[in-house]
Design a protein around this ligand. Structure first.
Ligand code: ADP
Ligand code: MG
Length: 615
C-alpha cells in the first residue's frame, strides 16, 4: 500500500493551531490586553467595532518593540517571557506560550505600530494570513498599537459560527471587566462603535468596581480579608439583599488573573447559605494571592480553570472569611477605611426633607362588592393570610362552607362556555377551587377535575395581557407621581437602550436614560411600583445573552420575561377569590393549555380516570 501520511502545509497548520487560541473576538481582546499589561503599560485603550468582527484595536503605552522583535513576535513560540522550563514555575506574566500573535495573524488582517522609549521612530507592519504585506518606518508614540481586522476572513466556516454582534460584544465586555478588575492600577478606556463606554482612571480595587458597576455599588459591598500562610485573601462580597437575578458579578482572581472555580464558588455559596432570596445569585469580587508555585498554570491559554495545590484548605478559609464578613456586617455597620467619602450623601443633603409619601389608590375597589375581588388586574391575585388555611383540609369536620355562586363576583370576562362544552374542561361551578401544596389550584369541571399549576397559569394570563397591550395602539401605562430613578451599569444601560422601543410599547415611560441611571416616569398597569426594580433586573438578565433582532420577537421575549417575573410563584398561598379569578382568567386565554415557555399548565382527571382507580 502506498504511503499516505503527509505534512500539512504551514498555513493549514497555523490555521488549525489558531483555532485553539482564538475562538471568538473576545479571545483576541483577552490576548491583546494581556500583552499590553505584560509590556508594563499604565494606560490601555480598547476599541471595538461590530462585536469585534470588523475591528479590534488595543493601544498601549508600554515598552514597545524593536524592528526585529516585532517581526519575531508573530512567529509561533516566539516569546520574551520565558527562557527555560523552570521559568514556568515562577511566572509573573500573563502570556508565556508565544502563540497568541502568531495565531491571530494566521486568521485576520493585523496592523501593528510600535515604538520603544528613547527611539526616534517606530515600525509600522501589516500582516494578512501570516504573510507580511508591508513594513515601514513610522513616526508613532511610544508603546504599541495592535489592530485586528476581519477576523476569520480566511476561514468562512468559523466566521459563520460567530454569534450576533451583541453576543460577541457581550463576551468582549466580560473579558474587559475581568482584565480591568484584575489591574485597578492601570487606566483603561473602552470604545465601542465610536462611542466611549468606559474611561477608568487608575484606582484601588473598590473604586475600580464602582467605576465599572456604577456608583450605587459602593454601598452594596462588604470587604473581606484574610491573611494566612497559604493564602492572602482580599476583596468584596455584595450584601445579600442586593444579590441579582443574573449571575454576572462573580469574580475570582488568583494572582491578578481571572479564574473560574466551581469549587471555590461553592464555598462562597455555602457562606451565603440562608441569606439569599430564591432565584438570586451572590455577587463577589475576590482576590486570592497564593505562591505562584502552588498553582498549576500549565493550562491551556484560553482556559480559565486552574488547579490549586491545596484546594480543601482554600475552600475552608474562603468560606469562613466570607461568612465572617457577612456576619460582621449584620450586627454592626462595617468600618471600611477605604470607603470613598465623596460617594456618600453630602452632609447638607442629609437633613433635607423627604419627599411626600405617596398615596396609592386602588381604582378597582368597589365598596358594594361582598368580597372585594382583586379587580380586573390579573397581577393582583391576593395572597390569603397564611394562618389557619390548612385546617380547611384538616379532616372530616371541615368548617369550610363553600361560597354560593352569588357571593363571588366576577370581574373578568365570563368564560365562553361554548368553547369548553365539547371537551368539558371549563370549570363548571364557581367557588369549588382549592389550593394544593401552595403550588396547584384544583377545580371541578363537568367531566371531573383539573389540577392547575398556579405559577404557569398566571404566566400564561400575564403573557397574553402583555402581548395584547403591545398590539394596542399606545399601551396602558400608569404615570408615577414621582419618577423612579434606578441605577445600572453602563453595559446594562446599553441593553435597556436597545430594547427601549419595546419597553415603551408595553407601557414603560422613560424620562431620561443616562450613563448609569434610568428615570422611569410610568410603568405598565400590570406592574406595581415596588416591582419595577425586580422586573428591570429580570429583563436585563434575560436579554443579556441575546437581544432578538426584530421588534416582534423582542416584544414576545419581553412579554415572557414580564410574565415570568410577575407571576405568582410556587409557595404562595392564594385566597379563594384569587383562585377563582386565576381559573377564569386562564380559561379565557387563547391558549390555556401551555405556559409561554411551552410547559403544560394543567392536567385533567376525568370521572372515568378516578373510577378506574377504585376498581
Ligand atoms: P506571549 O505573550 O505568550 O509571549 P504573544 O504571541 O502574545 O506571546 O506575544 C509574543 C511576544 O510579542 C511577547 O512575548 C512580547 O515580547 C511581544 N509583544 C506582544 N505584544 C506586545 C505589546 N503590546 N508590547 C510590547 N511587546 C509585545
Ligand atoms: Mg501574549
Amino acid at each position: 500500500m502506498a504511503d499516505i501520511i503527509r505534512l500539512l502545509p504551514d498555513h493549514v497548520a497555523n490555521q488549525i493551531a489558531a483555532g485553539e487560541v482564538v475562538q471568538r473576538p473576545a479571545s483576541v481582546v483577552k490576548e491583546l490586553l494581556e500583552n499590553a499589561i505584560d509590556a508594563g503599560s499604565t494606560e490601555i485603550k480598547l476599541i471595538v467595532k461590530n462585536g469585534g468582527k470588523t475591528l479590534i484595536q488595543v493601544v498601549d503605552n508600554g515598552t514597545g518593540m524593536s524592528e526585529t522583535d516585532v517581526r519575531l513576535s508573530f512567529e509561533r513560540h516566539a516569546t520574551s517571557k520565558i527562557q527555560k522550563a523552570e521559568d514556568l514555575f515562577n511566572l509573573s506574566t500573563k502570556g508565556f506560550r508565544g502563540e497568541a500573535l502568531a495565531s491571530i495573524a494566521a486568521i485576520a488582517h493585523v496592523e501593528t505600530m510600535t515604538k520603544m522609549a528613547g527611539q526616534e521612530v517606530g515600525v509600522h507592519l501589516k500582516i494578512e494570513g501570516s504573510k507580511v504585506v508591508m513594513q515601514e518606518v513610522a513616526v508613532v508614540p511610544k508603546g504599541t498599537s495592535m489592530l485586528v481586522k476581519n477576523l476569520f476572513f480566511n476561514i468562512p466556516a468559523r466566521r459563520n459560527f460567530l454569534k450576533s454582534d451583541q453576543v460577541e460584544f457581550r463576551h468582549i465586555t466580560d473579558e474587559f471587566h475581568r482584565v480591568a478588575l484584575a489591574h485597578p492600577n492601570i487606566a483603561f478606556q473602552f470604545h465601542n462603535n465610536g462611542g466611549e463606554l468606559y474611561n477608568l482612571p487608575p484606582a484601588d480595587f473598590k473604586k475600580r468596581i464602582v467605576h465599572i458597576f456604577g456608583r450605587k455599588t459602593a454601598d452594596k459591598l462588604v470587604p473581606i480579608t484574610e491573611d494566612t500562610q497559604v493564602l492572602k485573601l482580599g476583596g468584596y462580597v455584595v450584601k445579600p439583599e442586593f444579590a441579582k437575578k443574573s449571575r454576572g458579578e462573580q469574580f475570582f482572581f488568583a494572582n491578578h488573573r481571572f479564574i473560574k472555580s466551581p469549587y471555590l464558588h461553592h464555598a462562597v455559596l455555602g457562606a451565603f447559605d440562608g441569606l439569599l432570596r430564591q432565584g438570586v445569585h451572590p455577587g463577589y469580587f475576590i482576590n486570592l494571592e497564593v505562591d505562584p508555585a502552588s498553582i498549576d498554570i500549565n493550562i491551556h491559554p484560553t482556559k480559565t480553570e486552574v488547579k490549586f495545590d491545596d484546594e480543601h484548605t482554600l475552600y475552608a478559609i474562603l468560606k469562613s472569611a466570607v461568612k465572617h464578613s457577612l456576619g460582621q456586617f449584620n450586627i454592626a455597620p462595617v468600618l471600611d477605611f477605604d470607603a470613598d467619602r465623596n460617594l456618600d450623601t453630602p452632609y447638607d443633603q442629609q437633613n433635607k426633607a423627604a419627599p411626600f409619601p405617596r398615596v396609592e389608590v386602588d381604582r378597582a375597589f368597589n365598596p358594594f362588592q361582598e368580597k372585594a375581588a382583586p379587580g380586573n388586574r390579573p397581577g393582583a391575585y391576593q395572597k390569603a393570610p397564611t394562618t389557619g388555611w390548612e385546617e380547611l383540609y384538616g379532616g372530616a369536620g371541615a368548617k369550610r362552607s363553600l361560597p354560593s355562586v352569588d357571593q363571588v363576583s366576577f370581574e373578568t370576562e365570563v368564560v365562553n362556555s361554548s368553547i369548553f362544552d365539547g371537551n368539558a374542561e371549563a370549570p363548571q361551578e364557581q367557588g369549588t377551587t382549592f389550593q394544593l401544596k401552595k403550588k396547584y389550584v384544583v377545580t371541578t369541571i363537568k367531566s371531573g377535575m383539573v389540577i392547575i399549576n398556579q405559577s404557569r397559569a398566571h404566566q400564561r394570563v400575564l403573557y397574553e395581557r402583555f402581548l395584547g397591550n403591545m398590539t394596542l395602539q399606545g399601551a396602558v401605562s400608569q404615570q408615577l407621581l414621582f419618577p423612579l430613578c434606578l441605577s445600572f451599569t453602563p453595559s446594562e444601560i446599553k441593553i435597556l437602550i436597545e430594547i427601549r422601543e419595546s419597553l415603551t410599547a408595553v407601557g414603560f415611560i422613560f424620562d431620561d436614560i443616562q450613563k448609569e441611571t434610568v428615570e422611569i416616569k410610568g410603568v405598565p398597569v400590570l406592574v406595581s411600583e415596588s416591582e419595577v426594580q425586580m422586573v428591570m433586573e429580570q429583563l436585563i438578565a434575560d436579554f443579556q445573552m441575546e437581544i432578538p433582532g426584530n421588534s416582534f420577537s423582542q416584544g414576545d421575549m419581553l412579554a415572557k420575561t414580564l410574565a415570568k417575573a410577575l407571576s405568582v410563584k410556587t409557595g404562595e398561598t392564594l385566597d379563594e377569590a384569587s383562585q377563582t379569578n386565576l381559573v377564569n382568567d386562564l380559561f379565557a386565554c387563547k391558549e390555556p393549555a401551555l405556559s409561554p415557555f411551552n410547559k403544560a399548565i394543567y392536567v385533567t382527571l376525568t370521572e372515568n380516570d378516578i373510577e378506574r382507580k377504585f376498581i
